[in-house]
Design a binder for this molecule. Structure first.
Ligand SMILES: [Zn+2]
Length: 408
């Protein structure tokens, strides 16, 4: 190898190392901030000199900032200067494509929601939905100060993040559509895509109720159903990016509806929003255009039949949660989707999980099975977390002031 080639290789290795160290500092500041440099050093295992150099680079790039120095009570010596993620300059966009509407949002770098818009679908099809999303995000960007670093997108179905494609989305009828490139060229911004189930798991780990947890399952039961897994602190995608399909998980109780696989007891036909609404319609509890909110409202107004339908659905969601606990032994199963619209049914979800796990393994279901911390904001926040995760992993690819990481 020539001296020039060795030099290039060394500088690439140094760049990699600096990028990884910056990523570790940002992730630690995100999850533990406000945090002193000395704590950053002990938590990341980096030398204090390295932490000082890189934090000053991250501060001048506008992604980290110092809070005013504070003297710790009763502790002599230099005052502590805590550091936090700088949430003033940069933004990320998120977009989630649902069955009936697209939800677009802007977050700051700490994952806080700054603006959101819900766009009911005017026309179906990939082109019109992407065009509507691009228009919606442009409007949000125009009325929100700050520079947008990128956009994260999510949708149900089979999404291949590496390829940037939605491989298959039966409800939207998308097959092998290039969602990442379409959004990136429409907005002139870097884009990333992932399944909404995985991005929900990622968002719970980043900003939600699972920040201290390395093994977690996010179970979504809405119009579609799916699961996202964080195992050993990393999002698990599977060898074909198709991990997380729980449509055909048997929940034991046969539904009237026949699943596409020929069975009657699959989670999707037994417990999705679409299934519970079809049952409510045939029981005359809601009109043909009635929604889940209407059904929940009836139950809250003491309609026993509406209440029973929602309890039965929640128990089936609990059965699925129990099966996932049995299979993977996660620290948490976070449930989201239509069930979150009525948190009063969490008791029934836990009852279903307890019944499934009885005689199988002793689990404290009350502490393991929880509802998502995001409530109904979950889909938009989680879509944006797809790009936030990339920014925190490889900050120099996104933050203009960090380019010198590569060459410095
Ligand atoms: Zn099935």
């Amino acid at each position: 190898m020539t001296a020039v080639a060795v030099g290039v290789l060394r500088s690439a290795q140094q760049y990699d190392l600096r990028e990884r160290n910056c990523s570790a500092i940002l992730r630690t500041a995100m999850q533990r901030g406000p945090i002193a440099r000395s704590e950053l050093s002990s938590l990341t295992g980096m030398a204090t000199g390295t932490v000082t150099r890189l934090t000053s680079l991250l501060c001048s790039a506008g992604v980290l900032r110092e809070l005013p120095a504070e003297q710790e009570h009763g502790v002599p010596g230099r005052p502590r200067t805590p550091m936090v993620i700088d949430d003033r300059s940069f933004r990320v966009a998120g977009v989630h494509f649902g069955l009936r509407r697209t939800t677009a949002c802007l977050l700051d770098l700490r994952g806080r929601l700054l603006a959101e818009s819900r766009l009911p679908h005017r026309r179906r099809g990939f082109g019109p939905l992407v065009a509507q999303a691009v228009e919606g995000i442009r409007e949000l960007i125009a009325r929100t100060p700050g520079r947008v670093l990128g956009i994260g997108a999510s949708t149900g179905g089979w999404v291949d993040r590496e390829a940037g494609l939605v491989r298959d989305h039966r409800v939207l009828r998308w097959h092998d559509v290039p969602l990442r490139d379409a959004l990136s060229s429409g907005l002139g911004l870097p884009a990333e895509v992932d399944s909404s189930f995985r991005s929900l798991a990622m968002a719970e780990r980043w900003f939600g109720g699972a920040q201290e947890v390395d093994d977690l399952v996010s179970l979504f039961v809405g119009n579609v159903v799916g699961a996202g897994f964080v195992l050993g602190g990393r999002v698990f995608r599977g060898s074909r990016a198709a991990a997380g399909s729980v449509d055909h998980l048997s929940v034991g109780t046969p539904a009237d509806e026949l699943c596409s696989c020929g069975r009657h007891d699959c989670l999707h036909v037994a417990a999705s929003d679409l299934a519970v609404l079809a049952r409510a319609r045939s029981a005359g509890l809601i009109s043909n255009r009635g929604t889940l909110e209407h059904l929940i409202q009836r139950a809250r107004n003491d309609d026993v039949r509406a209440d029973e339908l929602l309890i039965a659905r929640a128990e089936l969601v609990g059965t699925a949660a129990g099966a996932l606990v049995d299979m993977l032994d996660p620290a948490l199963v976070v449930v989201s989707g239509g069930v979150v619209d009525a948190p009063e049914y969490l008791t029934a979800v836990r009852r279903g999980a307890r019944a499934y796990l009885r005689d199988k393994r002793p689990v404290d279901v009350d502490s393991v099975v929880r509802l998502s911390a995001f409530g109904t904001d979950g889909v938009a926040v989680s879509a944006a977390s797809v790009i936030l995760d990339r920014i925190y992993t490889a900050p120099s690819e996104f933050v203009p002031g960090l380019l010198e990481l590569r060459y410095g």
